[in-house]
Design a protein around this ligand. Structure first.
Ligand code: ATP
Ligand code: ATP
Ligand code: MG
Ligand code: MG
Ligand code: MG
Ligand code: MG
Length: 265
């Protein structure tokens, strides 16, 4: 069928393929979540419902896209590793970024009321998304180490900051001033001496973030109907032989990766 005389404008849409055979890391981050968390009364420093909702949206995304081998999340962000051999949407950059960002956002809203039954959404949340290509396993490992180190730095800061505000009765301005220029050791010291909190005993979810992997499940379980056991509700719809599992563990040391060579395959 011949196109209309207008169809030439299509030629202005340029191809945007991502380099073949390279790891893709897709990261999204909540847009203005400082405000969004205030408006929806997130507990500070860490609202567990909000973190679990992020994890759930990430699991939905992994279920939808089998090429994702690993996810890591903290605060209002999540990173996803897409295998280097993926031919997803012919590796079209904007198609992948826009579709995955949209799917995650939509899942976040879709599941909102499960995690926040008493808090109606005041306005539609949004996320930004980007893809960075990494040529080798070294950069991928360092990327995830970078995000988990960031989790630690932010969480230590936020934990002391909110202790100063909530229990130390400092204003937010005072608390920022108290912490200005302090190193980790001093922050740990303030937490322990003034608030009797040992940082290392806080929930690993807050200290280590959420790491989501795929796990093989036994043949027999794979054949059961999804309604048989609610605990298995996260079994993949797209591949009944695997399910996603959320961990709160170290991903900087070799141990995590040595035990799961498939993540980088
Ligand atoms: P931008 O649009 O540039 O990303 P932002 O306001 O989202 O701006 P971020 O640096 O992404 O800024 O930080 C997200 C903020 O959202 C955190 O600083 C924190 O205030 C809030 N937040 C996100 N998740 C939670 C949570 N689970 N519990 C409490 N607060 C949270
Ligand atoms: P892609 O993911 O490549 O965009 P697609 O299935 O969305 O694939 P489109 O070319 O975008 O394909 O076409 C959208 C299709 O959705 C239409 O062909 C039509 O079948 C259906 N559709 C969209 N909006 C409506 C509507 N308002 N009423 C009925 N059908 C609709
Ligand atoms: Mg940001
Ligand atoms: Mg943000
Ligand atoms: Mg953020
Ligand atoms: Mg369409």
């Amino acid at each position: 069928m011949a196109g209309s005389k207008y169809a030439y404008v299509r030629n202005f849409e340029l191809p945007d393929p991502l380099l073949p055979g390279t790891f893709m890391v897709f990261r999204l981050d909540g847009h203005s979540f400082h405000r969004f968390s205030d408006e929806h009364n997130f507990a500070k420093p860490n609202d567990i419902r909000a973190l679990q909702l992020m994890d759930r949206a990430a699991e939905d995304l992994m279920d939808q896209y089998p090429d994702i081998t690993l996810a890591f999340g903290e605060s209002d962000e999540f990173s996803f590793l897409i295998r280097k051999s993926a031919s997803l949407y012919n590796r079209r950059h904007s198609k992948i970024v826009s579709t995955l960002t949209s799917f995650f956002t939509s899942s976040y809203v879709f599941r909102w009321s499960t995690y926040f039954p008493d808090t109606p959404l005041k306005y539609p949340p949004s996320f930004d998304g980007r893809i960075v290509l990494y040529p080798s396993e070294r950069e991928v490992r360092d990327y995830f180490s970078w995000r988990q180190t960031d989790t630690h730095i932010n969480n230590l800061y936020n934990t002391v900051f909110w202790a100063l505000v909530q229990q130390g009765e400092e204003s937010t301005t005072q608390a920022h001033a108290t912490l200005k220029g302090t190193v980790s050791k001093e922050k740990n010291e303030i937490l322990f001496s003034r608030f009797n909190v040992n940082y290392n005993t806080l929930d690993a979810r807050f200290r280590k973030g959420s790491t989501i992997i795929r796990e093989e499940i036994e043949e027999q379980l794979a054949q059961e109907s999804p309604t048989d056991a609610p605990a298995k509700h996260l079994r993949s719809r797209t591949n009944p032989h695997t399910r996603t599992v959320v961990l709160h563990c170290d991903i900087i040391k070799d141990e995590f990766w040595d035990a799961r060579p498939e993540i980088l395959s």
